[in-house]
Design a protein around this ligand. Structure first.
Ligand SMILES: C[C@@](O)(CCOP(=O)(O)O)CC(=O)O
Ligand code: SF4
Length: 392
């Protein structure tokens, strides 16, 4: 792999042990994946923030790093809301460890907004063709597919190395040839709302890490939120980092639909909604909610009272920006939670059955929260907490 003179010097330890270690990580990755050289990146999103997922070993590893980030860098959700952790049932011990992790990242100059939807933050929205090093799988999928930016599926460690060096090895989804679709997915019936998460959940299991190109029925008109849900589920039940939608996503129309093709049947999508257990928690916002989703929740909850626990996960930034909507939602008894989510917080471990509108959460709840998961549309989820009958 070709390195510039200053990169060689960093690798030789002339800029200190921490940067040397980070350069070793990027060079090792570059060699494994046959990258010719490193390229500059515009921004970084770093996963591996929750004490629940990284533990003491992860904390010790980041604590040893003595360097500052050189490109805008932001964190993935941690294990608790930094203000409402007591109310969430988080222990003092967990709180202290989590704050230690946050402070280590803060000292490196990383923005300690903890969200998997950094693209909703006005100053963190990438552009078509931008090279990034992001590491939360739904954020990666949204950046690659809906925005047309370019990022590999970074680990928390490689993303941190990129944040401290401002570069990433030039391979994988940074290259044109790896962005070409490898399988066609035809969906000849109408999809709306949570159907996109259900589709991602079903198809991800079958296609692994392929690059699918979807052909939807003309009556199907996916919003950005629908595509966010589709990509999140595809990345969770499979390992899809990039997909295209004919006539909809920015790179799709450059490509032909490959000969290898799956035609989805409506029954496959409907069966995702089959669960009938009674949830003791309804959790929305995986990935974190958009303003449109917050608006819908406020409209459905205005003047009503919830009869079960309802959590809505959203970035602290959007929560602050739309305090009016948050006020309406919380007057119903629902909780608008920031910095964390139902998957990376240990607070969800006490529930037996969690209902969600997210294909991604449906995939992770059984293993990450040891709870049963049931799936419903956004509106159904809210109706369930308002005590209305569920049509299972
Ligand atoms: C499940 C996930 O969204 C969150 C947990 O990741 P972490 O704790 O940030 O490493 C990670 C992912 O899908 O990339
Ligand atoms: S809300 Fe979902 S997408 Fe976001 S970090 Fe949690 S599990 Fe990942």
């Amino acid at each position: 792999m070709y390195l510039q003179k200053d990169e060689e010097q960093i690798l030789n330890g002339e800029s200190g042990d921490s940067l040397q270690k980070m350069m070793e990580i990027l060079v090792t990755l570059g060699k494994i994946y046959d990258a010719e050289y490193l390229i500059p990146i515009k921004s970084v999103q770093i996963a591996g923030v929750s004490y629940k997922t990284i533990g003491d070993a992860g904390l010790e590893w980041i604590e040893d790093i003595d360097a500052q980030v050189v490109v805008p860098s932001i964190l993935n959700p941690m294990g608790m809301d930094r203000e409402r952790w007591r109310e969430m049932g988080i222990s003092e011990d967990f709180y202290r460890k989590q704050i230690e992790i946050l402070n280590v990242y803060r000292r490196m100059g990383i923005r300690i907004e903890c969200t998997c939807t950094p693209y909703y933050l006005e100053d963190s929205m990438p552009c078509l063709g931008d090279h990034l090093a992001w590491s939360e799988s739904s954020a990666i999928s949204f950046a690659n597919s809906v925005i047309g930016a370019r990022t590999n599926r970074e680990s928390g460690i490689s993303a941190l190395a990129s944040a401290l060096l401002g570069k990433t090895p030039y391979y994988g989804y940074h290259l044109d040839e790896n962005r070409v679709p490898t399988i066609g997915i035809e969906v000849p019936f109408t999809l709306t709302g949570s159907d996109f998460g259900a589709l991602g959940y079903v198809i991800g299991k079958v296609i692994g890490d392929c690059v699918p190109i979807f052909e939807f029925a003309p009556s199907t008109k996916p919003s950005d939120d629908d595509l966010k849900s589709l990509g999140a589920a595809l990345a969770a039940s499979g390992a899809v980092a990039l997909y295209h939608v004919k006539g909809r996503t920015p790179e799709a129309d450059r490509f032909e639909v490959p000969e290898e093709k799956i035609v989805v049947e409506e029954g496959e999508i409907r069966s995702v909604y089959d669960g009938s257990s009674e949830p003791d928690l309804v959790a929305l916002g995986c990935p974190h909610l958009s303003i449109d989703e917050l608006e819908l929740a406020a409209e459905l909850l205005r003047g009503r009272k919830v009869k079960r626990e309802l959590w809505l996960c959203v970035s602290r930034y959007l929560k602050g920006k739309r305090a009016d909507l948050v006020g309406v939602i919380e007057s119903s008894g629902a909780k608008v939670i920031s910095d964390t989510c139902m998957i990376v917080s240990p607070a969800c471990d006490r529930f037996d059955c969690i209902m969600t509108d997210s294909g991604k959460a449906l995939n992770y709840i059984p293993t990450m929260c040891q709870a049963e998961a049931v799936f419903g549309s956004f509106r159904d989820c809210i109706e369930v907490v308002l005590g209305e009958a569920r049509d299972c």
